[in-house]
Design a binder for this molecule. Structure first.
Ligand SMILES: [Zn+2]
Length: 354
């Protein structure tokens, strides 16, 4: 894996769009004084940490594609980090590992000679954004980054494009409407949306129905074997099941099983496809299987108590997540009690319909 110099960024002006979106349940607050850290994942794919939700970036000849943009108050820092990353990747003398086919390979091979003949090539523009959900900590940076980006074709001069599932922007609440630039330029319905090849690989946006919300997207980089799965997987806490936005416990379990079907392991359950959660560290199939098991076990425990006729306060008092709490009860805005209540509401509404 290639290493990139740690990027430390001077504090930039902080833009506040806190008026919109309001407080999102379960959202972990970014550290406003903190820096954005960049982790190279594989090939041209990078992970940006510290801007709210995890951000995934594809950086190469076609420009920059971002999966999520973090929170509004961190957007200037995220933008500065993305520009610096783009500058470093573009001026790198090393051919990129995900170079596929003669067109892409020639471009990168050529870049190694540019340093001797001219100043380093300009950073590639931010071409587009895909939002895994429209939670404020996942799309809060959209407006600033769209306005700083540039695309081609019919959208020349209008900034970067934004793709999200049809349902995602319908859940935005708050006193002020979102700035127009933050909204999707394109939404999709159905199971998936295939993008054109971007930076030498296929990119597929998959809809995962009724999981964290009813508008969740998972982004698959088919050449680099990286999946950005948003808040279906949260390594920093129990998954936020946002019932009021159409989420469900069964949708989370189904989606985790789907990730395990799509992911390819390197040895036993270790390595292979890299799975980037909405929050917390990068994972592989073994981590996803552990999380899927936890979700399945907690679902079954709550279901069993509902069958026995126990009430929500009784179920909460039973501390059904006690064995997982040391690892997953660290998010004060999404406590085990809140998680259990969401599981209960999700199962109860299903039982009521049956
Ligand atoms: Zn999130």
């Amino acid at each position: 894996m290639r290493t990139v110099r740690p990027i430390l960024l001077a504090a930039a002006a902080i833009v506040l769009f806190a008026a919109f979106g309001g407080m999102h349940i379960g959202a972990q607050q970014p550290r406003p004084g903190g820096d954005i850290r960049i982790l190279p994942l594989r090939g041209n794919i990078f992970m940006l940490v510290g801007g709210g939700a995890n951000i995934v970036a594809s950086v190469g000849r076609d420009g920059v594609l971002l999966i999520d943009t973090g929170s509004a108050e961190m957007s200037d820092k995220v933008l500065a980090a993305v520009r610096e990353l783009s500058r470093q990747v573009t001026s790198s003398p090393m051919p990129q590992q995900s170079c596929v086919g003669i067109v892409h390979c020639v471009w990168w091979d050529g870049s190694r000679f540019l340093g001797t003949t001219a100043s380093p090539p300009a950073p590639r523009p931010i071409a587009g954004i895909i939002n895994t959900s429209f939670d404020p900590d996942h799309m809060g940076g959209n407006a600033v980054i769209v306005n700083a980006g540039s695309s081609y074709g019919a959208r020349v001069g209008q900034g970067a494009w934004v793709i999200a599932h049809e349902n995602a922007p319908t859940h935005v609440s708050g006193s002020s409407p979102l700035p127009a630039a933050a909204l999707p330029t394109e939404t999709y319905l159905g199971t998936d949306k295939k993008l054109n090849f971007f930076n030498g690989e296929g990119v597929v946006v998959w809809h995962r129905p009724a999981a964290h919300t009813d508008g969740d997207s998972v982004v698959q980089f088919r050449g680099s074997e990286v999946l950005a799965v948003g808040d279906i997987l949260n390594m920093a806490s129990y998954p936020v099941i946002d019932i009021d936005k159409g989420g469900s416990v069964q949708g989370i379990v189904d989606s985790l099983n789907w990730i395990l079907d799509v992911a390819i392991v390197e040895h036993m359950m270790e390595g292979g496809t890299l799975v980037v959660p909405g929050h917390g560290r990068v994972t592989d199939s073994a981590d996803v299987a552990y999380y899927r098991d936890m979700m399945t076990i907690v679902r079954d425990r709550v279901q069993e108590m509902i069958k026995r006729g126990m009430t929500l306060p009784q179920i909460k008092a039973a501390k059904l997540t006690r064995d997982y709490d040391p690892r997953l009860a660290r998010n004060p805005s999404w406590t085990p009690d809140m998680f259990i209540e969401a599981v209960y509401r999700s199962l109860n509404s299903r039982t009521a319909k049956e």
